[in-house]
Ligand binder design. Structure first.
Ligand code: ZN
Length: 54
């Protein structure tokens, strides 16, 4: 599955808070929040195909 579609499915509407270096692969790990409530939604690394929902 396309990674963006996976994020849509798991996190829904979102905006990027910040990016950090992924501790596993060294690529970018992205943190997301809800664009309206500003609540943290989760984090994801596309390279690891990893999504964590908070
Ligand atoms: Zn990674």
């Amino acid at each position: 599955m396309n990674f963006e579609l996976l994020l849509d499915k798991l996190l829904g509407q979102r905006e990027i808070i910040h990016e950090v270096e992924c501790s596993v692969c060294g690529d970018f790990e992205t943190y997301f929040r809800d664009p309206i409530t500003k609540e943290n939604l989760g984090r994801a690394c596309e390279h690891c195909v990893y999504v964590e929902k908070f």
